[in-house]
Ligand binder design. Structure first.
Ligand code: G5P
Ligand code: MG
Length: 226
């Protein structure tokens, strides 16, 4: 019988959660679920939760816990046969506790990146909204400026990467993350990585996961999607 593997990746806005998640999904076959992408899908589809979430995201605020858990937990229930990586959820202690009631995690990855590095990165970030693909005009630019490599569609800058929303996001992060970090530390599953470069952090995460998930069988691997 296959052993399923469940992980979360935490870190402030721009810390590289999405970039590292894509590498993990590609290398280890985990299904990548990004809470931010999921919220944006709901905003585009104008669902009730999406309309509500938009009012918070525009101000650089977190979406309320009850909205997030109502969006995310049913999605996880559909993935009982998958090994997955949850990117951006939980963000608060209430979310961590709700997730803990729904399933057991194997690993919580925590990215600890200096503030100045974060501000600089997000200034240069562009995304392809339909897929959630992320580019950085310095670090990983698209082949043609402003155009998605795969579909040829235009790239945009997200509303919450605008300077005023960004500062608010970074300020809030530290306070709310501390209890979540302590929660996973107490469970003995927290792995924190501190550096200014994703390429320095990635080999260490890859080594960790190689030791933690050698037994995932092909039927527990899922396509990498957001
Ligand atoms: P998101 O979409 O989850 P955030 O705020 O957590 O947004 P974000 O912005 O998606 O975080 P990230 O995924 O941590 O950042 O980082 P990334 O996108 O991979 O990398 C950032 C940029 O840096 C990219 O351009 C990348 O190419 C580049 N980069 C990566 N590594 C390097 C490097 O080494 N060097 C350089 N130079 N560049 C690099 O959530 C959005 C909003 O949704 C709501 C909130 O309102 C949130 O603000 N939301 C929730 N609300 C409540 N609870 C939740 N659980 C919520 N989840 C989402
Ligand atoms: Mg992200």
């Amino acid at each position: 019988m296959s052993k399923l593997f469940r992980a979360v990746i935490m870190g402030p806005p721009g810390s590289g959660k999405g970039t590292i998640s894509e590498r993990i999904a590609h290398s280890f076959g985990l299904k990548h679920l990004s809470s931010g992408d999921f919220v944006r899908e709901n905003i585009s589809a104008k669902t009730e939760a999406g309309v509500l979430a938009k009012t918070f995201i525009k101000k650089g605020l977190l979406v309320p816990d009850h909205v997030m858990t109502r969006l995310l937990l049913p999605r996880l229930e559909e993935m009982t046969k998958c090994s997955w990586l949850l990117d951006g959820f939980p963000r608060t202690l209430a979310q961590a506790e709700a997730l803990n009631s729904a399933c057991d995690l194997d690993v919580a990855i925590n990215l600890n990146i200096p503030l100045e590095t974060l501000k600089e990165r997000l200034r240069h970030r562009w995304i392809h909204p339909p897929s959630g693909r992320v580019y950085n005009m310095c670090f990983n630019p698209p082949r043609v400026q402003g155009i998605d490599d795969i579909t040829g569609e235009p790239l945009i800058q997200q509303e919450d990467d605008r300077p005023e929303a960004l500062v608010a996001r970074l300020r809030h992060y530290k306070d709310i993350a501390k209890p979540v970090i302590d929660f996973y530390k107490a469970k003995g599953i927290l792995y924190t990585y501190s550096d200014t470069e994703t390429d320095q952090i990635w080999p260490n995460i890859s080594t960790l996961l190689s030791t933690k998930i050698p037994t995932i069988q092909s039927d527990a691997r899922c396509a990498s999607t957001h």
